[in-house]
Design a protein. Structure first.
Length: 402
């Protein structure tokens, strides 16, 4: 009994004896015993014994770690491949250092704004980025005045250098031609040819296709009268037909602005050409147009020396008896009514005078001083004869000028 009690005090279990009918008993640990057990567990070497069920082994942990590193490494490689150009784009300058190289033409379209111009320049590698050009344009007030046309530039230019070329109108590549008022079509072709380098024959050929030039149907294919006199700027690589079409368009534009319908355009231009040939000063032109209308209304021949001279192909302010004997339909001494077509290419004031003649009863006029351009108008033949006498006196005083 004593041995059993002593053993039980230290918490050891007593083995039941064989044949004993009493069950073995286990008493609870004391606080001291539990503390000693915890200390013993802490002193036990880690990893000793069998691994606890449900915890990964060291090899499994290493495998998972290796797989994770592989995934991360692959992600880094992909990111480097695809993000490197983006990052490089942020780090690279958006402008060329300049000054560029070569000589290439670029065209600025009519109505193109700064963004559109920048896009064209960037696409053709004149500048490195649209951003650089737009920033340069925003800092220069002259950029708002860029004119449409063709310019010569260099590839890979600094944006500010490219802008400097475009804002200077002197850098536009154009062909300039000045066509005076009253010239015949056959006199205009050489003027255009000299300016553009295109042979006269090309203009003569182009003039034969009136429909392609935009002539009204009433002109019946005759370009005479519709080559509007002005100062022109033609773009490079344009043709003779392009030039004549531009001039015709200028004439029809003014006729339309005056309310002249297409079917009346030809008659208006015939009268305008007479006005251009007969009157030097703008103030006299509506009155000359009225004389034309008044004589036509009274079925009187016009008797204009300018029409006779056109028929025989010479310039002058007078005609001879032989000239006036010509059987040309342009001889208004012999043929009543208007000539069959314009006798030259009138300017805007003559066109306006023909479309809007002055009010008045005049039937006659004569330029009594050709140098000064002084013109006198008359209602009666007697008044006119007095004016003609004044003209003849001037001619006598100025030999060789009549």
């Amino acid at each position: 009994m004593k041995d059993h009690l002593e053993t039980s005090i230290f918490g050891e279990e007593e083995e039941p004896s064989a044949g004993s009918m009493e069950p073995a008993t286990v008493r609870p640990r004391t606080r001291r015993e539990a503390r000693e057990a915890e200390l013993a567990a802490l002193r036990r070497p880690r990893g000793s014994g069998r691994p606890a069920r449900g915890k990964p082994s060291v090899l499994r942990r290493l495998a998972v770690l290796a797989l994770a590193l592989a995934i991360i490494g692959g992600g880094v490689a992909i990111a480097y491949t695809y993000l490197r150009p983006v990052v490089a784009g942020f780090l690279e300058p958006n402008d060329y250092a300049g000054p560029g190289a070569g000589a290439v033409r670029v065209s600025v379209a009519q109505g193109a704004g700064g963004s559109a111009i920048a896009q064209v320049l960037a696409e053709q590698d004149f500048i490195k980025s649209t951003k650089a050009f737009i920033e340069a344009a925003q800092n220069d007030a002259k950029s708002a005045g860029i004119q449409p046309g063709v310019y010569e530039m260099r590839k890979q230019m600094k944006a500010t250098d490219a802008l400097a070329i475009l804002i200077d109108p002197a850098n536009r590549i154009v062909t300039r031609a000045v066509v005076p008022e009253g010239k015949w079509a056959t006199e205009i072709y050489p003027i255009l040819s000299e300016a553009t380098g295109i042979p006269v024959e090309e203009y003569t050929k182009a003039a034969k296709d009136g429909a392609a030039l935009g002539l009204p149907d009433s002109a019946k294919g005759n370009v005479e009268g519709y080559l509007f006199p002005a100062s022109y700027e033609f773009e490079p690589d344009t043709t003779a037909a392009d030039h004549l079409s531009t001039m015709v368009a200028e004439t029809t534009k003014r006729l339309e602005a005056l309310g002249v319908t297409p079917e009346r355009m030809e008659r208006t231009m015939v009268v305008a050409s007479l006005v251009e040939a007969e009157a030097r000063f703008e103030g006299d032109r509506p009155k000359v147009a009225r004389v034309v209308e008044n004589r036509l209304k009274q079925d009187m021949p016009l008797q204009f020396d300018s029409t006779v001279n056109y028929a025989i192909g010479k310039h002058g302010i007078t005609t001879t008896d032989a000239d006036r004997a010509s059987d040309s339909p342009y001889n208004t001494y012999r043929v009543k009514g208007l000539p069959p077509g314009p006798i030259g290419n009138p300017g805007e004031s003559a066109i306006k005078a023909a479309a809007q003649p002055a009010d008045g009863p005049w039937l006659y006029f004569v330029t009594v001083d050709p140098v000064k351009g002084t013109t006198k108008f008359a209602v009666t033949f007697e008044e006119h004869q007095a004016n003609v006498a004044a003209f003849q006196a001037w001619c006598q005083a100025n030999k060789g000028k009549c």
